[in-house]
Design a protein around this ligand. Structure first.
Ligand code: URP
Ligand code: ZN
Ligand code: ZN
Ligand code: ZN
Length: 487
């Protein structure tokens, strides 16, 4: 037969529209899209279902190694930040309709990055997901920026990630500028965690001094203005250097407005948000006992009024990517939320929540099913735009001949109550437990192989492929600097 697989009778949804057509798959790629494709070894009936490009999650922390992790206190050195491995993360991703991720190579302060890349690459290749990397820079020494970064770029690592907060990851302005300059020289995107380290440090100490140590004070330690200030600064310095950036996990309109203003000036800045910023609130961190730790991430969840403003910023196009920022710390267990004890003050609790499997269902349900966005917009936010911005399009994020056959068969009417078991990750809880969603993945196909059907994930560990990224237009500098100097 002409094709290995024919997907018949579905409504094919891309960023360009929704059309009834069949898809022919050959050698792991989409080979044909036509009204009727019958000549295939295997036929998959997609009647009544949407056929979407596989989800692309451009911000996931998987099997990251660290010395001092995502807190405001210098943590103990640890081998991996949490329990999620590439195998368990792949299972979770496939369960939720995601087929590719961009995750992180760490940099331990005082160390280089090449060894970490070699190690992360090996770890990635144990899984089933296709993966690319952002290189975290926490110590931009000359050796790292001038010798190691060019080697990484040659390997296909095309983005540098910086943190403007966390101990010991945060960079000051001079260090951030060094990273921007290296990225510009080598054609990389810079992704930025925007919160003001010193401001959070001052608020944190003041709260602790006042005996306010419970998980809910995590939100008090980092109000919206702390995010807005750092977002403004990150963009201003990127504009000065003429280097494209993406602002990670925008939680509030205040920060999004900074992005919108810069975009209106023509600055190449993109904004990402996450499911937690349209579902969780600061009140969740005020649950009895230590429960609140389950919702602790940075920036902190805000309130329901803010959720509506985030949707508005999505509709305006200011925020055009939704990632999970999957960074699961179990509730129990010695690497988890309670690793410093159940009575630990908030600044010692690791920041981050799991969301790899929940991302598509939440955004589809809260977005499409509730009438806030179109199906096309959903596909853009969760697949096409991340693939574009990360330089993976149209291999990923597209349904067109030549693209990888990464597809999700999606039942737009299926009602599901989210439970931790459905997430199929290695984390012992989900912050979305009990959330009711309309719309659910029925089957996930990765490079022409059915890797999930009716919730059952079947994929061979070691089949995930590294996605090297070449130069691409979105991250080209504009060629505009003050007085034309420094370009
Ligand atoms: O709280 C969060 N978001 N943890 C993961 C690391 C990060 O800041 O992205
Ligand atoms: Zn420091
Ligand atoms: Zn972050
Ligand atoms: Zn993150």
């Amino acid at each position: 037969s002409t094709y290995d697989i024919a997907i018949r009778g579905g409504q094919v949804a891309t960023s360009f529209g929704v059309t009834r057509c069949d898809i022919g798959i050959k050698d792991g790629r989409i080979a044909a899209i036509a009204e009727s494709i019958t000549d295939a070894a295997q036929v998959i009936d997609a009647g009544g279902l949407l056929v979407l490009p596989g989800g692309v999650d451009s911000h996931c922390h998987i099997e990251e190694t660290s010395r001092g992790g995502y807190t405001m206190s210098d943590g103990e050195p640890q081998i991996t930040v949490n329990e999620e491995s590439f195998v368990t993360a792949s299972t979770s991703a496939f369960a939720g309709g995601t087929t590719s991720v961009v995750c992180f190579i760490p940099q331990w302060k005082g160390f280089g990055v090449w060894e970490r890349y070699v190690d992360a690459r090996k770890r990635g290749e144990t899984g089933m997901l296709d993966f690319a990397f952002h290189q975290i820079i926490s110590d931009p020494t000359d050796v790292v920026m001038k010798q190691e970064v060019p080697k990484l770029v040659a390997e296909g690592v095309r983005s540098l990630k910086v943190f403007l907060t966390y101990e010991p990851l945060h960079l000051g302005d001079a260090e951030y500028i060094k990273v921007l300059l290296a990225a510009r020289e080598h054609g990389c995107l810079v992704t930025v965690h925007c919160e003001n380290f010193d401001a959070i440090g001052w608020r944190t100490r003041a709260l602790l001094d006042a005996g306010m140590t419970a998980p809910k004070y995590h939100a008090w330690s980092r109000p919206r203005v702390v995010e807005r200030e750092a977002t403004h600064r990150a963009i201003a310095l990127a504009e000065l250097v003429d280097q494209p950036i993406q602002v990670f996990h925008v939680s509030c309109e205040d920060a999004a407005e900074e992005i919108a203003r810069a975009q209106a000036r023509g600055v190449k800045v993109w904004g990402e948000t996450c499911p937690q910023y349209v579902t969780l609130t600061a009140a969740d961190m005020d649950r009895a006992g230590f429960e609140g730790a389950k919702f602790m991430c940075s920036p902190a969840p805000r309130d329901t009024a803010e959720h509506a403003r985030i949707w508005e910023m999505i509709r305006r196009g200011t925020l055009d990517i939704v990632s999970s920022d999957h960074c699961g710390f179990s509730y129990e267990g010695d690497k988890g939320k309670g690793s410093a004890g159940r009575d630990a003050s908030f600044e010692k609790i690791p920041n981050g929540i799991p969301g790899l499997a929940a991302r598509l269902p939440i955004i589809f349900s809260e977005g499409v099913s509730k009438g806030r966005i179109s199906i096309e917009k959903f596909v853009e936010l969760t697949s096409t735009n991340p693939a574009r911005l990360m330089g993976l399009y149209p291999k990923k994020g597209a349904i067109q001949p030549g693209a990888d056959a990464d597809l999700v068969l999606w039942d737009p009417a299926k009602k599901v109550t989210i439970t931790n078991a459905l997430m199929q990750h290695a984390i012992d809880y989900t912050p979305y437990e009990g959330l009711e969603v309309t719309g659910w993945p029925i089957s996930t196909i990765r490079r022409g192989e059915v890797v999930m059907r009716d919730g059952k994930v079947q994929a061979e560990p070691g089949t995930g492929r590294f996605l090297p990224r070449g130069p691409y237009d979105m991250v080209k500098p504009r060629g505009i600097t003050p007085d034309g100097f420094g370009a």
